[in-house]
Design a protein around this ligand. Structure first.
Ligand code: FAD
Length: 357
């Protein structure tokens, strides 16, 4: 539902657009969200990574509370009635749905992103906002696994590595780095360290992963020292000191054409450099980023330059507000997206109320 960390820590988790959320997250923080649900009787548990879940493990319990609150506050929900068109007219907004037409004085667009269209959000909000004059930052899948070209690690799918550094290269230049847990799939890479970083990745980029969890120079130094001091130890034994799954070590050594029993003292400088490269900067060429069908969030959306971060009201169209993922905001895994949706929703509700009927 959210993350239990200090709210000031949240700002690191929304890529380059965190600042926009300052007012929203402070107005309705993670504590406010958890307290709201606790007061309505929901048990909440926090896991070892700080993520907050309903104690029952059942999202229906969260939904039931929200629907109940809507009922108590006379909010009418018109199901199965997609909004097809919105226009600003003299008397307010004109809204055309599948079955009806409506007029309202104030409008909040909170139609979500484009990812997981099976959950109802297929990007309609972008068209509605664009028709009202807003600019859309091109929506792309984020929080998504990546597919790797000529992937050789499919046989260890399910294996994961804790807290490794991933370097992102584009046109032979290192452009970013990130740390997190990495998971191997049948076709590529996943896990929080990849999902959270995926917002910056493009097709054909190269990811290099430090499997040994040591910078290359450090690994090289230890390698040389070990070869000098105890040259008789095997490369297999040497690598055991690095918390790398045996199955991964086996595949990499096979790729290098190196027997795991080879003594360190007999590994020449050229091969040593290849060993260091493979274990400290193993390259993966991105064939594709997972599509909207499997991405958990959408990066891009309604341009933040045209929305007030203080009131979440459009700077272009009076009485038009936005909330949630339809905005150009995407958070890391761990509850940051739902929190952003609740916080911006809350801010929109307060701003609606304070600007008169
Ligand atoms: C599989 C999955 C797992 C996730 N896990 C987490 C997690 O653990 N923690 C986390 O923080 N985030 C998670 N997210 C992301 C999070 O769910 C979203 O960021 C969040 O729900 C966005 O809220 P929203 O209200 O902006 O949009 P949504 O929740 O997408 O709601 C948008 C609503 O608008 C409706 N709608 C769309 N178009 C129209 C239209 N034309 N007319 C009428 N209604 C329309 C849709 O039917 C939908 O009900 C996950 C997402 C997915 C897909």
């Amino acid at each position: 539902m959210t993350h239990s960390g200090d709210i000031s820590e949240f700002f690191k988790h929304y890529g380059d657009n965190s600042r926009f959320l300052k007012t929203a997250l402070r107005q309705f923080s993670n504590d406010d969200l958890m307290n709201f649900f606790r007061e309505k009787g929901l048990g909440i548990i926090i896991d070892k990574n700080g993520k907050a879940f309903p104690r029952s493990g059942n999202s229906r319990d969260v939904l039931a509370i929200l629907i109940d609150e809507c009922k108590k506050n006379n909010v009418r929900i018109n199901y199965n009635e997609a909004v097809l068109k919105v226009e600003k007219r003299d008397r307010g907004f004109w809204i055309k749905t599948k079955n009806n037409e409506y007029i309202c004085h104030k409008l909040v667009i909170s139609t979500g992103g484009k990812s997981y269209p099976s959950s109802g959000s297929s990007g309609d909000g972008y068209d509605l906002a664009e028709d009202l004059g807003h600019t859309i930052v091109s929506p792309k899948p984020a929080l998504t696994p990546v597919f790797i070209k000529d992937y050789k690690l499919g046989e260890i799918s399910g294996v994961s590595l804790q807290n490794r550094t991933v370097y992102l290269y584009r046109d032979n230049k290192k452009i970013r780095e990130h740390r997190g847990d990495i998971g191997f799939t049948h076709t590529g890479l996943s896990g929080p360290g990849i999902l959270d970083f995926s917002r910056y990745m493009e097709k054909k980029d190269i990811l290099k992963i430090d499997f040994a969890n040591r910078k290359g120079e450090d690994f090289t130094r230890t390698f040389i020292e070990a070869a000098e001091r105890e040259g008789k130890i095997s490369i297999g034994k040497f690598l055991k000191g690095y918390d790398i799954p045996v199955s991964l070590v086996r595949i990499i050594l096979m790729e290098l054409g190196l027997d795991r029993n080879e003594k360190l003292a007999f590994i020449n400088k050229k091969m040593r450099t290849r060993v260091v490269d493979s274990f400290c900067e193993y390259p993966f060429v991105i064939e594709n980023i997972g599509g909207f069908d499997i991405a958990m969030v959408t990066r891009g959306g309604i341009s933040l330059n045209e929305v007030s971060s203080k009131t979440i009201e459009s700077k272009l169209v009076k009485d038009l507000f936005f909330a949630g993922e339809v905005l150009d905001i995407d958070g890391d895994t761990g509850g940051y997206n739902i929190q952003a949706a609740f916080s911006t929703g809350y801010l929109a509700a307060i701003s609606l109320g304070s600007t008169g009927a």
